[in-house]
Design a protein around this ligand. Sequence first.
Ligand code: ADP
Length: 469
Amino acid sequence: MKIAFCSSEVYPFAKTGGLADVSGALPIALEKLGAEVSIFLPHFKTVGNNGHVTRINNRISVARLGKKINVYFIENEEYFGREGLYGDSAGDYSDNLERFQFFCLESLKLMKELSLPVDVIHCHDWQTALIPVYLKEKFQQDPFYRKIKSVLTIHNLAFQGAFPKIKFPHLGLEEKLFSPNGFEFYGKINLLKAGIIFADQVTTVSQRYAKEIQTKEFGCGLEGVLSNRKNETVGILNGLDYDVWNPYEDVHVRMKFSKDDFFQAKAENKKYLQDSLDLPIDPNIPLYGFVGRLSHQKGIDLILESADDLAKMNVQVVIQGIGDEKYHSLLSELEIRYPKTFAMCLKFNEDLAHQIYAGSDFFLMPSTYEPCGLSQMISLRYGTVPIVFKTGGLADTVMFYNVQNKSGNGFVFDQYNKRKFLTAVEESIGIFKSQKDFDILRNNAIHSDFTWDQSAKKYWDLFKCLLSV
Ligand code: ADP
């Protein structure tokens, strides 16, 4: 089976969030199952020229991933030679439609020019959602493309690639496709919507989110379009790359540890983290970590709203992230107001992220919605107990710790308000104080299994099934 991945983020080459982790890990997991995989990615400036990338010509460069996976970088200095992937401090780049249209079309053209045999093109999010449309509307007559199936995975329905109607001619498609049954969404071009309609198969990244997005509450206006395609929409939980996120071999952490021997190392990592963040060094104060985009989705507003109460609870909270400017200033003020409780690292920094996962006792992830979420899986892998809102992938991966039968790997609150959130934090403090229970809970957490094996097999079966019709 020959699969071409098209994604705007692939770890370790370009990353702003979980999409990169998935596009860097799933191809390797599929390769292990026997698939022949190639990856297409824009040659963003962040990729750099680190010696691993070889220029083939002025349109394409290549690097390796896994055993034999070619990662093809689409060249275009004007479009991709910028600081950000999608935008800068002033907001999204105004030519994002042109940039990603170019990426989609160029990827398709190069597959043919490279004589790359392809059975399935696996697209991700709005940035590559034009590919299913082009396959059906532009390339259907070309024997190279005719039999190729397209799969579109939605990693976050809130980002849809909406652009002014006036840009439609730039897509090079028949005008009639700008209609409610195609690209049109409230008078604008909506790339994700078109991708959902034209893809042979739609997937999203957890079973619960697959159901949620068909409702008004979570559908971001596309619930009707998704319900129309409900027979071709499935949820497959993301896995985690256990080689990238491996506390036993993690060069970023102070003291490495395995899932069978971690209590002492975690205590050491906590001490180091408290020290480096200028927090009081005290093993008896529970330390809560947060790593993520600073946005309403990730629950920053709820944390801000609860800040005064948290400060009274004798806990420590470290928040790492970048995002909306308003959160940068509000969080900085919070750190000044409560220097013994809050420590802020408002930047993107892999090194520190690993240290937070390894050194915290608990991990805060009160997302308003969460398609899958990787951070809670990473924290579990590092024996750090997640506290999550019951939504999407968080609900599919974190189970409430039951003191009676000692099952469960975290804390879950089921109504989105400050009171419920703080109750979950109080419950975690209660367990933290009972050393025996805390150790059992951490043991459950670190033994949770979210490797890619099972999920990759599900994608494999799905691709096979698509190719058999
Ligand atoms: P998203 O919705 O952003 O994709 P996920 O939980 O699926 O959220 O994945 C987030 C990924 O991005 C994780 O690997 C997390 O560690 C990483 N990440 C987010 N913010 C930062 C940051 N400021 N510094 C380092 N890594 C970050």
